[in-house]
Ligand binder design. Structure first.
Ligand SMILES: Cc1cc2nc3c(=O)[nH]c(=O)nc-3n(C[C@H](O)[C@H](O)[C@H](O)COP(=O)(O)OP(=O)(O)OC[C@H]3O[C@@H](n4cnc5c(N)ncnc54)[C@H](O)[C@@H]3O)c2cc1C
Length: 334
């Protein structure tokens, strides 16, 4: 029996596997997709916002050409680290449920059942997009996962959203010859757009190269047009493609199937101890981005990678008492 089964082979899941080894705990990492599956699905030409050393795990140096790593560099880095650390990876194997209790769990996947003492759930948020919930969202011209601009040259493209991902997608598509319209239900671009992206998108909107409709909601998507409602009332736009950059959320149905309590705060935070990351189900921990619930910007690779050491400390020393339901779930925040 393994000491640990780690669900999710993202950067934080890998960090958990490395830390387990450093604490002489045996572990297996199971992912429903490939290694660092979320990063594989990120925009092809993306550059991380973080500098390379802030994305490092297990103390392995991450050399990059420029200060901020590109997606291919990160993919190569995490694969190489997993290799060097000889992590026991089970890929393309979806975890369906976890039976049993502390020190005697059974992790049930699409391919088998694995007994273990403890479980760490590191499933991120990238698999479930926030839907617009409008008619036509299911059309093949709509995507919630922007990859690259090449399919959109000469096309009328609506980008929905006003944060970094929307701004980057709008700019890339515009520079590749698409006719881009940015649509956002709020009054302005997000203040959180990175300082090196913001002037570019603001200037393109100001000069009219990218059209923008703020205070505007999509009410329906049709094969050749979009139905919208803005400050002046209902209107429609001729449209070929929709790139909906409306964010993502943890897979709550999976968390609930694991009997993790979802708190009733506005971020629907999965219940966990702020120091140990143990959930309401003893012996079952969460780590990484999933810990923030709907607040998906709370934990990322930079800070989420440190969850691994905190969890291993608790598993090996058991020194911190779990919080009771209703108590604060993070006290180290901000
Ligand atoms: C465009 C973009 C840019 C970003 N830039 C940065 C940055 O510069 N710096 C930074 O620190 N962070 C950045 N982030 C955030 C960062 O990528 C995530 O916070 C990080 O991937 C979280 O790691 P994780 O291991 O918690 O989750 P993920 O990397 O999302 O890994 C979760 C894994 O769990 C697997 N999984 C899910 N459900 C199951 C299941 N039932 N069974 C088995 N496996 C399952 C998934 O396939 C996935 O591989 C960025 C995110 C985006 C979208």
């Amino acid at each position: 029996m393994n000491d640990l089964v780690i669900i999710g082979a993202g950067p934080v899941g890998l960090a958990c596997g490395i830390q387990a080894g450093e604490h002489n705990l045996s572990s297996m990492i199971i992912d429903k997709g490939t290694l660092v599956n979320s990063l594989v699905g990120y925009p092809t030409h993306m550059e991380f916002f973080s500098t390379a050393e802030l994305l490092e795990i297990g103390g392995h140096p991450f050399p990059t050409l420029s200060t901020k790593p590109t997606r291919p560099e990160a993919l190569k880095y995490y694969r190489r680290v997993a290799d060097v650390e000889s992590l026991d990876l089970r890929l393309y194997e979806q975890v369906q449920r976890v039976d049993g209790t502390d020190n005697n769990f059974s992790v049930v996947t699409t391919k088998g059942t694995y007994p273990c003492r403890k479980v760490i759930v590191v499933t991120g948020f990238f698999d479930v997009p926030n839907l617009l919930n409008v008619p036509g969202e299911e059309l093949s011209k709509v995507t919630h996962y922007y990859r690259e601009p090449y399919a959109y040259a000469g096309q009328q493209v609506a980008v929905i959203g006003a944060k970094n991902s929307a701004a980057k997608a709008a700019l890339e598509c515009y520079h590749y010859g698409a006719e881009v319209t940015l649509i956002h239900r709020g009054d302005a671009l997000s203040e959180k757009i990175k300082y090196w992206i913001k002037p570019d998108i603001e200037n393109r909107i100001r000069e009219g190269s990218i059209a923008a409709h703020f205070g505007t909601r999509v009410t329906a998507i049709e094969s050749e047009q979009l139905k919208l409602h803005g400050p002046g009332g209902a209107f429609s736009l001729s449209n070929d493609f929709v790139i909906a950059m409306t964010g993502y959320r943890p897979d709550y149905s999976f968390l609930e199937a694991l009997n993790i309590t979802i708190q009733k705060d506005r971020f629907q935070t999965p219940f966990h101890h702020s120091e140990t990351f143990e959930t309401n189900r003893p012996g079952l921990y969460i780590a990484g981005t999933v810990c923030g619930g709907l607040r998906t910007s709370r934990w990322f690779i930079e800070n989420g990678r440190f969850h691994a050491a905190q969890i291993m400390r608790h598993i090996t020393t058991g020194t911190v008492e779990p919080l009771k339901l209703g108590q604060r779930y993070w006290k180290t925040a901000e």
